[in-house]
Ligand binder design. Structure first.
Ligand code: NAD
Ligand code: UDP
Length: 337
């Protein structure tokens, strides 16, 4: 299977490439490197012994996208390219709608012109807003609390309309819970550009000495220890979920939507103590006010993905934090020497 991977140089994209290439698939990447480094692709090649053709460019550049589809015959596309910082999306909503929504429209137009009708889309558990109950199944109502989440929800809805009008299309909307961890080799991992927004990379940077202490956003939530609860999923499990989704699209399922999570919730304090065990150090932290827009708890019911894809997360919490620490300690400056 020959697959175009948009945003393939990024965190989830690079881990997915490894699993795809190891499964015998071929991959071409388009990425503008706005939040990544081409070094990740060299490392994917090093890990797999395979080559990945790379186009450095923007998915908003339609002539470039048309050239890529003219250069190759693709069986499917995995669409990771997107901006993902919630806070920045509140400050710069047009940038997010332009990139995430218009980028997807251009991709779909070019795929349609080229006769490529299989698409895997990176969505997020953020589309469930503040769920009325837990665990979350795919039929829960959707809503958005910020422009980033809104952009994901808009794309989900556009893809549903588009598939309804074009039943020859097969589209998998994958709703990720909280991806963390790194490849067990420590050769690829998450390399945030700025101050990390997300918990796990922040904890890693405290552990490596780049940041002084973690701020825990609220300890008065209605959760067992008062801190926020999330469904953290190992990025390699998530990557394997994409390989399964690509295989599913070969069976012409039409529009499908899957939660990719473990079904298990952990609190911020659970994450801190698991990480302390992995790195053998104390993680200094302070309790800070709640972060605007955060919810108390969120975790998946992953049953449907198991039934439909035969996919299930297998890595434990300790695997997640051990692999994060392995990557961070081997690459204190990420992909930058
Ligand atoms: P990432 O920033 O590491 O990867 C995204 C990649 O897309 C980057 O390499 C970036 O340079 C590229 N990109 C962005 N806009 C582009 C454009 N217009 N043209 C070409 N390339 C572009 O992020 P990630 O964590 O790997 O996330 C991948 C996808 O999964 C994103 O769509 C994100 O919204 C979604 N997602 C991520 C999470 C998470 O917690 N990491 C959770 C749910 C959903
Ligand atoms: N969190 C925190 N400190 C941080 C970053 C995150 O306490 O520096 C908490 C956050 O309030 C939430 C959990 O960690 O309860 C996961 O947050 P993250 O931003 O990683 O994911 P998301 O909010 O998208 O679920």
């Amino acid at each position: 299977m020959n697959v175009l991977v948009t945003g393939g140089a990024g965190y989830i994209g690079s881990h997915t490439l490894v699993e795809m290439l190891n499964a015998g698939m071929d991959a071409v990447v388009v990425d503008n490197l706005c939040n990544s480094s081409a070094e990740s692709l060299l490392r994917v090649e090093q890990l797999t012994g395979r080559t990945v053709q790379f186009y450095q460019g923007d998915i908003l550049n339609k002539p470039l996208m048309q050239k890529i589809f003219a250069d190759h015959k693709f069986d499917a596309v995995i669409h990771f390219a997107g901006l993902k910082a919630v806070g920045e999306s509140v400050a710069k909503p047009l940038k997010y709608y332009q990139n995430n929504v218009c980028g997807t429209l251009i991709l779909c137009e070019v795929m349609q012109e080229a006769g490529v009708h299989n698409l895997v889309f990176s969505s997020s558990a953020t589309v469930y807003g503040d769920p009325a109950s837990l665990p979350i199944t795919e039929d829960f109502p959707t809503s958005a609390t910020n422009p980033y989440g809104q952009s994901k929800l808009m794309v989900e809805n556009i893809l549903a309309d588009f598939q309804r009008a074009n039943p020859q299309w097969n589209i998998a909307r994958l709703r990720y819970f909280n991806p963390v961890g790194a490849h067990e080799s420590g050769i690829i991992g998450e390399d945030p550009n700025d101050i990390p927004n997300n918990l796990m990379p922040y904890i890693s940077q405290v552990a490596i000495g780049k940041r002084e202490k973690l701020s825990i956003f609220g300890n008065d939530y209605p959760t067992p220890d008062g801190t926020g609860v999330r469904d953290y999923i190992h990025v390699v499990d998530l990557a394997i979920g994409h390989v399964k989704a690509l295989e599913k699209l070969q069976t012409s399922p039409g529009l499908v939507t899957y939660n990719l999570g473990t079904g298990q919730g952990y609190s911020v304090l659970d994450m801190v103590s698991a990480f302390e065990k992995a790195c053998g150090k104390k993680i200094p932290y302070q309790i800070a006010p709640r972060r605007a827009g955060d919810i108390a708890a969120c975790y998946a019911d992953p049953t449907y993905a198991l039934q439909e894809l035969g996919w299930k997360a297998t890595h434990t919490l300790q695997d997640m934090v051990n692999s994060s620490w392995h990557w961070q300690s081997k690459n204190p400056n990420g992909y930058h020497a």
